[in-house]
Design a protein around this ligand. Structure first.
Ligand SMILES: N[C@@H](CCC(=O)N[C@@H](CS)C(=O)NCC(=O)O)C(=O)O
Length: 259
């Protein structure tokens, strides 16, 4: 009898020990802070994704503005960092280089609340990031090029056709937000699934799509909730744009980020 009790005690104590180790490890995972340097143009969608991820993740980073109009993204020293000559680009404090905004957002957010640990929430986050890249971006971006950036000749028929392609994704987001009962796309917390879309909704009005948002109440509330976050306000604030305006040498004059 005494033996059984002792064995049970040992089991309980080792169970508790394992639990504490697991708790410690999960705490440790949550404490990771990205450190490095971000080259970006704060007025562009891809840069905004990366800036918001850095700010939201609490990364310690130097922000290096790249002036697209001056062609700074085509300078050889920048192309050595981003071989396509596009923004953004990232360098870890240990010298590890990375480009592509979605890769940067994942890297700087690793070990933070922006990436859920729950398997289903994580899978949903990946689903919505994939929807953004596969369906949302291809339909939205050409409209943005025509109506906002005016880099392509305006073709209203084409815009209408692209909008028709975008609508099912907006419907799916609306239905998912309504049915899941969650305030955010992947779960109850703000994750990269939400963050990756903010750069587009920021310019929805300018892209002539405001009514597409207004007629979807769950999506409208989600946008209000997300765009009120301090990280997003900073990302689209004059502070970033002012840094951007006063820089002449993108690689030589990195400025410490000042929240
Ligand atoms: N897939 C890339 C796209 C990068 C990209 O196209 N960046 C644009 C701004 S959103 C750019 O640098 N444009 C300037 C150019 O192409 O010359 C990413 O997500 O980082």
């Amino acid at each position: 009898m005494e033996l059984v009790a002792r064995r049970d005690l040992i089991l309980v104590v080792s169970g508790l020990g394992l639990g504490l180790v697991a708790l410690g490890l999960s705490r440790l995972r949550r404490r990771r802070v990205a450190r490095g340097q971000l080259w970006a143009s704060p007025l562009t969608t891809c840069s905004r994704r990366a800036i918001a991820a850095c700010v939201e993740a609490g990364a310690e980073f130097r922000f290096v503005p790249i002036h697209l109009a001056k062609g700074e993204h085509k300078l050889p020293q920048y192309v050595a960092l981003q071989p396509y000559g596009k923004v953004p680009a990232w360098r870890d404090a240990d010298g590890f280089d990375l480009f592509e905004s979605r890769a940067i957002m994942r890297h700087v957010a690793e070990g933070t609340q922006l990436i859920p640990t729950d398997a289903k929430a994580l899978a949903l986050m990946e689903q919505w990031i994939s929807v953004e890249y596969s369906y949302f971006y291809p339909a939205f971006m050409p409209i943005m090029y025509m109506r906002v950036l005016k880099k392509a000749p305006l073709d209203e028929t084409k815009c209408q056709q692209l909008r028709t392609e975008l609508e099912p994704t907006l419907d799916m987001m609306e239905a998912h937000l309504k049915l899941s009962g969650h305030p955010y796309l992947a779960c109850g917390q703000f994750t990269l699934a939400d963050l990756t879309y903010l750069c587009y909704f920021q310019v929805f009005g300018a892209a002539g799509l405001q009514d597409a948002l207004d007629k979807r109440p769950a999506l409208s509330h989600w946008w209000l909730r997300c765009s009120a976050r301090p990280s997003w306000k900073y990302t689209v604030s004059h502070a970033v744009v002012a840094d951007y305006a006063c820089t002449s040498d993108p690689l030589g004059r990195a400025k410490p980020w000042d929240p």
